[in-house]
Design a protein around this ligand. Structure first.
Ligand SMILES: Cc1cc2nc3c(=O)[nH]c(=O)nc-3n(C[C@H](O)[C@H](O)[C@H](O)COP(=O)(O)OP(=O)(O)OC[C@H]3O[C@@H](n4cnc5c(N)ncnc54)[C@H](O)[C@@H]3O)c2cc1C
Length: 412
């Protein structure tokens, strides 16, 4: 009988894990708290090794078909004068705007569509209780169902409920970096074509950004602002919108026009910029993946990469270990840790470079931060760090491990 795996969360990490686990021979169920796939979110980038994972998934074409057609980004001043330009083909497609850039919601859709036939998806439910014994895990769901699985994977994001049930309270693992981010779509009444516009209010550390989406019929607005603490519930949208209005009311550029659309947007998302730091990502038959285990924060630009690479390694190592959770989870974690740490370092450096005060109003997240922008880092060390964050993890081929889909081989 094949191994039965329950995955919590159907965003990026969950469906990617479902892909690889079922390809390795497991029977997979994904439970998602939201009633349907959640749209929205900013564009996410696939760089370096993440592109290779997408290729091995056989999704290169589907992802490219759904990607944004962003030509690059202009930073602008309050009057809209261009200050600096970054092009999508800079740094061989791995730059600030990556060559493969796709809206988070569109990527989730590609991943779920790809797995829908072989994977059981249950929307509108979540795990409320879980008991492990030597052979399996008994799970109780909020909807009243009770089922038994061999393994359970938490891919339920920064606010992971599964992590709370098995590893301990949120506060123990989540490090707020002193910044809040909000995203929502608006009509493209701004005449945007293929360029992202970004306005930074240097004095206050706040930022507003706008990018065209859906063939430039609409645009995605983004705001970021410092917030020493964050106690708004991540599901309380009206409270989140009040906070955004309060903190950005006097922000220049097109901000007032963007804020005017808050009441009619279909896809508002706001969250703290935070990282998850844990000593271990597994306990017995339960393992964590993606933001739930090791969020590097959106400021790393690599949350999706970490989720996709982690899904590949988690399934590969578990299958290679004959589904022994102790051996499989340990091997996955050992491979992932240095990659995650490099991305978390970049996330902290990015926040520090904005001069954002730390949580509690104290010094920020960078070694020298204290409300002032950090000094320019050593270029060679920074280049090496970026390379580790993009490419610093090996993707074994797992010869001898079952693979129900003929893997796409590198040409030659
Ligand atoms: C709607 C949305 C918009 C986002 N927008 C952005 C963005 O604009 N920029 C950015 O950098 N990052 C954004 N993110 C986060 C980004 O997707 C992740 O950082 C990254 O892609 C890693 O993905 P993940 O699958 O680990 O976590 P997430 O993408 O956070 O996904 C977690 C999933 O688990 C579900 N879930 C939560 N609790 C439970 C539970 N108890 N049981 C079952 N399911 C549960 C959530 O509904 C969600 O679908 C967004 C996430 C979501 C859900």
């Amino acid at each position: 009988m094949s191994v039965r795996v329950l995955v919590a969360g159907a965003s990026i990490a969950g469906p990617a894990a479902a892909h690889w686990l079922s390809r390795r021979g497991a029977e997979v169920t994904v439970v998602e708290r939201a009633p349907a796939l959640r749209p929205g979110g900013q564009a996410v980038d696939a760089r370096g090794v993440t592109r290779e994972v997408i290729r091995r998934m056989g999704l290169d074409e589907a992802v490219r078909a759904a990607r944004t057609e962003t030509a690059g980004a202009h930073t602008v001043d309050a009057d809209g004068t261009v200050l600096e330009t970054f092009r999508a083909d800079d740094h061989e497609g791995d730059g600030y705007i990556a060559e493969i850039e796709i809206l988070r919601g569109d990527l989730a859709q590609v991943l779920v569509d790809d797995t829908r036939d072989g994977v059981e998806y249950v929307f509108g439910d979540r795990i409320t209780e879980l008991t492990q014994d030597a052979d399996g895990v008994d799970v109780t769901f909020a909807g009243g169902g009770r089922r038994r699985f061999d393994l359970v994977i938490g891919a339920d994001g920064l606010h992971s409920g599964l992590r709370g049930l098995v590893f301990g309270p949120h506060d123990r693992f989540v490090r707020h970096l002193g910044l809040v981010l909000a995203f929502y779509s608006v009509p493209n009444e701004f005449g945007l074509d293929r360029w992202v516009l970004e306005y930074q209010d240097q004095g206050s550390g706040r930022c507003a950004m706008l990018r065209p989406i859906q063939d430039a019929t609409r645009a995605m607005a983004m705001f970021s602002f410092p917030a020493a603490d964050f106690d708004v519930d991540h599901r309380d949208v009206p409270a989140q919108q009040r906070l955004l209005r309060e903190r950005t009311a006097d922000l220049g550029w097109w901000s007032p026009r963007l804020l005017a659309h808050l009441d009619d947007t279909p896809d508002f998302y706001l969250d703290q910029v935070a990282q998850v730091v844990m000593d271990r990502w597994s306990s017995g038959r339960v393992g964590l993946l993606g933001d739930a285990a090791c969020s590097a924060s959106p400021m790393s630009g690599q949350g999706t990469g970490v989720a996709l690479v982690g899904a590949y390694l988690l399934a590969g190592e578990l299958a290679a270990a004959g589904w022994d959770p102790e051996v499989g989870f340990a091997a996955y974690e050992e491979r992932m840790r240095p990659f995650v740490e490099a991305n978390q370092e970049i996330g902290r450096m990015h926040v520090a470079s904005l001069g954002v005060p730390g949580p509690d109003g104290g010094p920020g997240t960078g070694a020298d931060a204290g409300g002032e922008p950090a000094p320019e880092p050593d270029v060679e060390a920074l280049t090496a760090l970026v390379d580790r964050a993009i490419n610093g993890v090996e993707l074994p081929d797992y010869p001898g491990v079952p693979d129900s889909r003929a893997p796409a081989r590198s040409p030659g």
